[in-house]
Design a protein around this ligand. Structure first.
Ligand SMILES: C[S@@+](CC[C@H](N)C(=O)[O-])C[C@H]1O[C@@H](n2cnc3c(N)ncnc32)[C@H](O)[C@@H]1O
Length: 369
């Protein structure tokens, strides 16, 4: 039930195109620490990020020297309700964009201007104020507005970057990912685990061209003042700031991380009673990832949360229930099973009826190396 409520909340955000969910600095630094060595000497692009508001900008600008970055490029989006409006990191008179003009900021170095031995926001502020080369407006083109990741000038920036790191708009997640893949880019982006079920996203996961980052699950995001109150997963903090949380947020990436090479410890033994076979696909049902049997060599259906622990050296992904489940009318009489949209796996209830399962990923253990 709780799962359903969470998923509903994400879908509604997408439907209403409520794309202004701001990632917390703690979530960014906790995730980024898993990729540090891969960032050294690289050009990082945050292309859905008002430089004056985004914690992605803040994180990379403050850690520019420590991470050994070559360049940081950050762009804001023309239609963002927050461009220079809601969540200021800096209050820089005369520099902050007037109105809604989108910006690109390019940083090649962050000197310790105040000489205190560390980079802090005042050093970044100094740089933005005093180095005119760092910022420029984005104009857009005939098809897309300024700062739109699909506009020609932003695509050019994407091509120039080594790694794209951001939380893109939920409503354009598929398009955003497709563009990254088309341009063959390295990336680390926030999304919803719902995306795993999109056929094109799953294909990338199955082909080991995309995987989950370190953190999956609950994540809280600040939202603009105009966002409406909700019954669940919404609150206002002591400073009057509005927050929303998602229960199935995750990071998607094609950067390597240690977790992907950790072997999952398996404790359970297979039995046909504990692990029934689906009616409409030849695999056993494993309802919980922690219940994957250590002694079963065949195909197993597991919840999509498996991907948070997926080690491609330990398991291979055969497919997903949405594509593999054969139509139930081939196996059972009408009205003996409930139908979900798309393919799903079914188990017998024992009384002539069948129950439909949530999305499953079909995996198989790889032969011992
Ligand atoms: C989920 S929010 C995240 C903002 C920021 N990356 C962060 O994590 O705090 C997505 C941002 O993308 C912006 N956006 C929406 N459509 C866009 C587009 N077509 N191109 C670039 N940015 C866009 C939104 O205005 C919004 O600020």
């Amino acid at each position: 039930m709780a799962e359903k409520i969470k998923n509903r909340s994400l879908s509604k955000a997408r439907d209403a195109k409520q794309d202004e969910f701001y990632t917390q600095l703690g979530d960014i630094s906790n995730e980024l620490k898993h990729y540090r060595s891969q960032l050294r000497g690289k050009t990082i692009l945050c292309n859905c990020d008002d430089p004056f508001e985004s914690n992605f900008f803040k994180y990379f600008a403050l850690n520019f020297n420590e991470l050994g970055l070559k360049k940081l490029i950050v762009t804001s989006y023309t239609k963002s309700s927050i461009v220079g409006a809601h969540l200021p990191l800096f209050d820089i008179e005369g520099l902050k964009p007037e109105g809604r003009e989108p910006y690109a900021i390019e940083i090649n170095q962050v000197p310790d201007q105040n000489g205190d031995g560390a980079i802090d926001l005042s050093d970044v502020e100094y740089l933005l104020k005093n180095d005119a080369n760092t910022s420029r407006p984005l104009k857009g083109d005939a098809a897309y507005g300024g700062g739109d990741f699909r506009s020609a000038e932003c695509i050019k920036l994407m091509k120039k970057a080594d790694i794209i790191i951001t939380n893109p708009p939920f409503s354009l997640f598929r398009e955003f990912l497709a563009q990254l893949i088309l341009l063959d880019k390295k990336f680390l982006i926030v999304g919803s685990q719902n995306a795993i079920s999109y056929a094109e996203v799953f294909k990338l996961i199955q082909g080991n061209r995309l995987w989950l980052g370190n953190k999956s699950g609950d994540m809280a995001f600040q939202v603009p003042d105009h966002y409406e109150a909700r019954e669940t997963r919404y609150w206002v903090d002591g400073d009057g700031k509005k927050w929303r949380s998602l229960g199935n947020a995750c990071w998607f990436t094609n950067l390597d991380l240690a977790k992907r090479h950790e072997e999952m410890a398996l404790f359970k033994k297979y039995s046909s009673e504990a692990y029934p076979t689906y009616v409409n696909y030849d695999a056993i049902e494993v309802g919980k990832v922690s219940d994957i049997p250590e002694d079963y060599e065949g195909a197993m259906g597991v919840p999509i949360t498996f991907l948070a622990k997926y080690n491609p050296d330990q398991f291979e992904i055969i497919g997903a229930s949405h594509a593999l489940g054969s139509p139930m009318h081939q196996f059972a009489k009408r009205n003996t099973y409930t139908k979900r949209g798309g393919g799903s796996f079914y188990l017998p209830n024992g009384d002539g009826t069948y129950r439909c399962l949530f999305d499953r990923i079909v995996i198989r253990k790889k032969a011992a190396r």
